[in-house]
Write a protein that binds this ligand. Structure first.
Ligand code: ATP
Length: 203
């Protein structure tokens, strides 16, 4: 019997909505997860062509004397400068998408049933076009702020500042194929995720 073809699912949502938690639950069920933000960080640190392009665009201070990415400097350069942020994303995103294509080939070879692409900026990076379906994880803003201040030890104002870089909850919902409302317990979330997993991987 032929194995079922690989399904791909993009997972996104506002900061603190529960994206990573959903992805860990999907992993436990047998999915493979490609964490786009982590891959982006790794490529910025290690990929020679990307390092060169970032140096040319943002200056030699982008990397420290020891060769390590100067995250604080880059964050400062792009945080209040939308054009600089756009420029950095234009360098990083295409390389992350290429890495996802490699992950897809590997997942197909490994006969993984579901490959998940987790990205905070799934739509903004164009990554939504690489996946079969998109899941948006939702939670009320006050709940998201509470979870992230607790998780990261930062202030509500800092969470709100990060939220400004993301699409609105209404826009995310409009673009979603599936929505999970993460307003209950972790056990409720596990059940919601399991239902979706079964639906996506049913032969
Ligand atoms: P970010 O955008 O910052 O990456 P995220 O969307 O990936 O955040 P998570 O890290 O999954 O969000 O969740 C934020 C915090 O809320 C975590 O500490 C997580 O354990 C907790 N959390 C998520 N869902 C629930 C829930 N249903 N009940 C209780 N805590 C939860």
């Amino acid at each position: 019997m032929n194995p079922s073809p690989l399904q791909t699912l993009g997972v996104t949502g506002g900061i603190g909505s529960g994206k990573s938690t959903v992805c860990r639950l999907l992993e436990a069920l047998g999915a493979r997860v490609f964490y786009a933000d982590e891959v982006a960080k790794r490529l910025m640190a290690e990929d020679p062509a990307l390092r060169q392009a970032i140096r040319e665009a943002f200056g030699p201070e982008s990397y420290g004397p020891d060769g390590r990415l100067n995250r604080a400097y880059l964050a400062k350069r792009v945080f209040h400068d939308p054009e600089a942020l756009r420029q950095l994303n234009a360098l990083v995103h295409p390389r992350v998408l290429a890495a996802f294509e490699q992950a897809r080939e590997q997942a197909t070879r490994d006969q993984v049933p579901l490959l998940v692409l987790e990205a905070a900026l799934l739509f903004e990076s164009g990554a939504d076009r690489l996946v079969d379906h998109v899941l948006v994880v939702e939670a009320p803003e006050a709940e998201r702020i509470r979870r992230v201040t607790e998780r990261d030890g930062i202030s509500p104002e800092q969470v709100r500042a990060r939220m400004q870089h993301q699409l609105s909850p209404e826009e995310l919902r409009r673009r979603a194929d599936f929505v999970i409302e993460n307003t209950g317990s972790l056990e409720t979330l596990r059940q919601q995720v399991e239902n979706l997993y079964r639906q996506l991987t049913a032969a």
